[in-house]
Ligand binder design. Structure first.
Ligand SMILES: Nc1ncnc2c1ncn2[C@@H]1O[C@H](COP(=O)(O)OP(=O)(O)OP(=O)(O)O)[C@@H](O)[C@H]1O
Ligand SMILES: [Mg+2]
Length: 239
């Protein structure tokens, strides 16, 4: 089974401890939510899984092999994709360029296969039900919600095994939120691992199998979603 596991992961920035002895295990076909206050360490935890930050201590394993020392690109190649809280898009570049960033298709002569990438991008956007005025437009000119849709499409372009979502619906309107929740359910049905960080607790409860509460960098609670109510989750976060 393609398990993703963190063992005794700690992280500090200078002298600020951000994650302390985090041990978690994620199984395919499950949606795990990570919730907690601002600054609890949620984004840092996802970035450690994505290979953006290295843990100070601890190990990360995926599919029985240690990936702790693999770069973000190497993890993407193994099917671990992340949607960043700040989206991490290149504002000056068009949608297609952003979707393929770091994984451009090139011919044997090293030339970019623009037409083929555009076709693939178009097909993916249609599949995901994302309507943009043009795929040739610089991403910086799109609305906040449209940019969020591009970031999500980029993560899904190569059918990832692990999808790390950091506030993927923060900028979205009601209908778009529903679409993202459906996409998350589809990922679960396809036996992928989904880890969702969100402050929108209603969405979290609607879509997750498991709710992990992070507090000051520690796992403070880890419950099956059906066993906790909204008010109980809030209580666990603030208590
Ligand atoms: N690159 C960095 N350098 C220094 N400190 C950082 C860095 N990234 C995060 N931190 C600190 O780590 C702590 C946890 O930040 P993190 O972004 O993981 O929180 P979060 O739970 O995602 O919060 P939010 O809900 O506001 O997004 C914060 O105190 C933050 O200031
Ligand atoms: Mg964050």
């Amino acid at each position: 089974m393609n398990l993703l596991e963190l063992q005794h992961v700690s992280k500090h920035f200078a002298h600020v401890e951000v994650l302390r002895d985090v041990c978690l295990r994620f199984e395919p076909g499950t949606v795990s939510a990570i919730v907690g206050d601002n600054g609890a360490g949620k984004s840092t935890l996802l970035k450690i899984l994505a290979g953006i930050h290295a843990p100070a201590e601890g190990t990360i394993t995926f599919n029985d092999s240690a990936i702790t020392n693999l770069s973000a690109d190497a993890r993407r190649a193994r099917g671990i994709e992340m949607v960043y809280q700040d989206l991490a898009l290149a504002a000056q570049q068009d949608v297609v360029t952003n979707l393929f960033m770091g994984r451009e298709q090139t011919s044997i002569f090293g030339l970019l296969k623009r037409r083929s990438m555009r076709r693939l991008a178009q097909a993916k956007m249609e599949e995901l039900g994302i309507n943009l005025p043009s795929l040739q437009q610089p991403v910086g000119q799109l609305s906040g919600g449209q940019q969020q849709a591009v970031a999500i499409a980029r993560a899904l372009l190569f059918s990832p095994q692990v999808l790390l979502l950091d506030e993927p619906t923060a900028a979205l309107a009601v209908r778009e939120v529903e679409r993202v929740l459906d996409l998350i359910r589809q990922q679960r049905a396809a036996k992928r691992i989904v880890i969702l960080v969100s402050h929108r607790l209603n969405d979290v409860l609607a879509v997750s199998d498991r709710i992990i509460v992070l507090k000051h960098g520690r796992v403070a609670a880890d419950d099956p979603a059906q066993s906790v109510s909204l008010s109980q989750v809030v209580e666990k976060i603030v208590s």
